[in-house]
Write a protein that binds this ligand. Structure first.
Ligand SMILES: [Zn+2]
Ligand SMILES: [Zn+2]
Length: 422
């Protein structure tokens, strides 16, 4: 298949399917489901894939699904049947965020406190579209291997990636690819990067306790709200002086709570936030360092502080040859001008877990509408995308899967040649 043909075929496919895909995305957007509750979303994807003749399988916990496109010699998708060629995986995430949707659009969330503010509805729709296109290719005999469509649950929790891995669904996968919406990149553009592309993200909760009492006599109490305020403001500042600034280790609070009434000093309170980091070394040292800093600030103000530190995901490290495959595919179907170098982001992605054992790459999909005022960030209550990004994503994922299969075939026959000539 020549590059021109693939471009043409994708254009024909999208001419027929793009409106359906946009409607699919809007339906997901209007019915968002948070991590491990993606039953409806799983059902919608499953139904559409089954209608295309695929045999999707739901993951053991009941949300998320995997479907194989292409020949499997024995058994259904994701089971022990031996694939007839290389297996490459494309991954999307299904979950929404527990936050309100503040947009004024017809497809606004109909679920209180649930919103697709990270674009996972777009990722799911892109993967569905790429899967439908690849299924057509497979039916026409044009798929040199198996493409595994991985619709994982609970990326934001995080941990859905670990469920997919625990279920053995990437055990025989040669390479894995994913994309993530990027509202700082124009629609039509794709950002790539070799090496770390996302940061680590852990959670911290500091609980303080001490003697409460009347606000008229703070000296007889631990003046807990004041002490908590000190911890909240002094910790991020102290951290910036204790670690190499190049590691970008940063603590940002997202929730602070203490007290019930203006004139009573409470006996306990807490603050919780995220600790993000671009550097693995600093990431390993972060829990101990924060423990020290919290106890030194707390003891200065006479309160007891307990720290609860929850490890999140490591940085996602993009593998060079997979990144090159994706870049070549992008240039082929979108044009070389579509490519740009993505900066490493402090945002975290649980796709990082797959990349610890499988070669692969995470790309950024531009979703910013042209013109001024189009920018909104991920995890904002008004987040939305330019829906032309869906067609771009379908082209990119489908072409990348095909290129990765061809690369897998070439290296397998190369190995075979080595073996036969030895
Ligand atoms: Zn997110
Ligand atoms: Zn996300």
């Amino acid at each position: 298949m020549t590059g021109f043909d693939l471009r043409e075929e994708l254009a024909k496919f999208l001419a027929a399917r793009e409106a359906e895909l946009i409607a699919f995305r809007r339906d997901l957007h209007a019915h968002p489901e948070t991590g491990y509750r993606e039953y409806r979303t799983t059902g919608r994807v499953l139904e559409r894939l089954a209608a295309a003749g695929l045999r999707p399988l739901t993951l053991p916990k009941g949300t998320g699904l995997v479907a194989d496109v292409g020949e499997v010699a024995d058994g259904a998708a994701g089971t022990a049947g031996a694939p007839s060629g290389p297996v490459v995986a494309l991954r999307a995430d299904l979950d929404a965020l527990p936050m309100p949707d503040e947009k004024d659009v017809p497809y606004r969330s109909t679920v209180p406190n649930a919103c697709h503010a990270c674009g996972h509805d777009v990722h799911t729709t892109v993967l569905l579209g790429a899967g439908l296109f690849l299924a057509e290719r497979a039916a026409a005999g044009g798929l040199p291997g198996v493409v595994r469509l991985v619709f994982q649950p609970a990326e934001e929790v995080p941990g859905g990636a670990l469920d997919v891995m625990a279920a053995g669904r990437i055990a025989n996968v040669e390479r894995i690819f994913a994309l993530h919406c990027d509202p700082s990149l124009d629609v039509g553009k794709v950002g790539t990067r070799v090496g770390p592309i996302t940061g680590a993200c852990d959670k911290i909760k500091v609980r303080v306790s001490g003697l409460g009492g009347h606000t008229a006599r703070p000296h007889l109490t631990a003046d807990l709200v004041y002490a908590l305020g000190k911890i909240v403001t002094e910790l991020p500042a102290a951290l910036s002086r204790r670690v190499d600034p190049r590691s970008s280790l940063s603590l940002v609070w997202g929730e602070v709570s203490a007290g019930l009434t203006p004139n009573a000093i409470p006996e306990e309170g807490f603050a919780s936030g995220t600790v993000r980091c671009l550097d693995e070394q600093a990431w390993y040292g972060a829990p101990g360092l924060l423990e020290d800093l919290v106890s030194s600030v707390a003891s200065a103000y006479g309160v007891i502080a307990e720290i609860e530190y929850t490890r999140g995901v490591p940085p996602a490290v993009n593998e060079p040859s997979s990144t090159a495959i994706l870049e070549t595919a992008a240039a082929q179907v979108l044009g070389p001008e579509a490519l740009s170098v993505a900066p490493q982001s402090l945002g975290a992605e649980d796709f990082a877990w797959y990349l610890e054992s499988v070669r692969g790459t995470l790309a950024r999909l531009g979703t910013r509408p042209p013109g001024p005022g189009g920018h909104c960030d991920l995890h904002q209550a008004t987040f939305d995308v330019d829906e032309r990004a869906i067609g771009v994503g379908v082209r990119l994922m489908a072409a990348t899967a095909l290129a990765a299969l061809r690369a897998g075939q070439a290296s397998a026959s190369g190995r075979l040649a080595d073996v036969t000539s030895a």
